[in-house]
Write a protein that binds this ligand. Structure first.
Ligand SMILES: C[S@@+](CC[C@H](N)C(=O)[O-])C[C@H]1O[C@@H](n2cnc3c(N)ncnc32)[C@H](O)[C@@H]1O
Length: 388
């Protein structure tokens, strides 16, 4: 099968052909400026910028789904959870809001190692993006194309009673979308109405990882969704009230995930030329599940079950010296309860192999641990446990 996140493959499939590579570089930089500055929506209606988006952002955003699934797999009973999720998704209605060139539709279908028998609903306002997504779907998943429907706005789904009554499990997915619409009150309302009317079994969001987005958007959307009373958060933690482990006192230690990008040489060459390093991908993912699932899928109970084990999620690396490693962790010591810990791990207690593995872990990864002792300055000395 053709590799979806390969620059070379995508180059053949974008709807606009660049005659000069430097024009592509220029467009990638324009997009980047747009995403880090005052966001304008025009890019998604411009043929050239949609091609640049597809060539530069699709490969890495595509990888984020896979990386998220790998992080979920690290959880307690993670393998079992992934299998259940796949079994459920096989027949589900997957609704991708702000699908762009089909980034996450492709990622989702690629992740399913079985034929997809469900339905896809892509919501995308721009016909240029929709055409690009259709072309990519046709190339990579021609058999699924018959089960795909494209609409221009989320409100269309809310009023179509077929979608509301559809008995399939529903997965409502937002990829780099909430970040785009936050602040536009009417669109925010449409999102909340869609959640209430469609009553999806799962809600996913994957958004850019910056401290500002975490505090001003992720936590705000999370509170809104939990405030409906019908949902529980199942990733990155199972806390269902305020997240206070990453408060202002823990500056720089906000919750997000980092993964290693899987992209081909062509892609790395382009990212070097535009000076945007994408070897490591930070992202901010959240998964909610409906309390009363239409499909009887029980997962947060497994995740939150109090088996006495202590797990710490890496928020930040503070460094390493001759004596040890220093990290900041979000620790779940008791069911549904999380605390912010600054920890040290002494090297003399670790094997060489263990140290190598410790150096390879990334922000957002989990470390099972035991407390050696609480130090006078409030930090904890910990010993990792049962790892790998
Ligand atoms: C940043 S792109 C994300 C594309 C894709 N999900 C990804 O992660 O690569 C956001 C997309 O949302 C679309 N969009 C923004 N507001 C929208 C709205 N109100 N209704 C439908 N689509 C919208 C834009 O046209 C754009 O294609």
């Amino acid at each position: 099968m053709m590799k979806i996140n390969s620059y070379t493959e995508l180059l053949k499939l974008v709807n606009y052909r660049y005659s000069e590579e430097r024009d592509l570089f220029c467009d990638i930089k324009k997009l980047q400026q747009n995403f880090i500055g005052e966001r304008q929506q025009g890019y998604s209606f411009d043929e050239r910028l949609v091609a640049a988006y597809t060539l530069f952002y699709l490969p890495t955003n595509f990888s984020k789904w896979q990386l998220l699934m790998e992080k979920v797999q690290q959880e307690k009973e993670g393998k079992q959870i992934i299998e259940k999720l796949k079994g459920l998704c096989e027949h589900a209605m997957f609704i991708d809001v702000g699908s762009g060139p089909g980034t996450f539709l492709l990622a989702f279908l690629n992740w399913m190692d079985r034929p997809f028998k469900g339905q896809i609903l892509a919501v995308e306002q721009s016909s240029v993006m929709r055409e690009q997504a259709q072309r990519l779907m046709e190339a990579f998943f021609p058999k699924v194309l018959d089960n795909c429907r494209w609409v221009t706005s989320l409100s269309q789904i809310c009023v179509q009673s077929d979608d509301r009554r559809n008995r399939r499990p529903k997965v409502l997915f937002f990829g780099h979308f909430l970040n785009e619409i936050t602040g536009r009150k009417q669109e925010e309302e449409v999102v909340m109405t869609a959640i209430e009317k469609l009553a999806p079994d799962f809600i996913f969001f994957i958004e850019p990882a910056t401290a500002d987005i975490f505090y001003t958007q992720i936590l705000v959307w999370r509170a809104r969704i939990l405030g409906l009373g019908d949902y529980l958060q199942m990733f990155p933690c199972t806390v269902n009230n305020n997240c206070d482990c990453a408060g202002p006192c823990t500056k720089g230690s906000w919750c997000h995930q980092v993964g290693k990008a899987e992209a081909d040489e062509g892609y790395h060459r382009i990212s070097q030329r535009v000076g945007i390093d994408r070897r490591y991908l930070p992202f901010s993912a959240t998964i909610f599940r409906r309390k009363e699932l239409s499909c009887g899928f029980r997962v947060d109970e497994v995740l939150a079950e109090d088996d006495g084990k202590i797990m710490g999620r890496v928020l930040r690396f503070l460094g390493e010296n001759k004596a040890g490693f220093f990290l900041e962790l979000c620790v779940s010591a008791k069911m549904y309860s999380y605390e912010f810990w600054s920890v040290e791990i002494q090297k003399r207690k670790l094997s060489k192999l263990y140290m190598e593995k410790l150096r390879a872990i990334l922000v957002g990864d989990l470390i099972p641990l035991k407390v050696d002792r609480k130090l006078n300055d409030g930090r904890y000395r910990i010993v990792p446990e049962d790892w790998w």
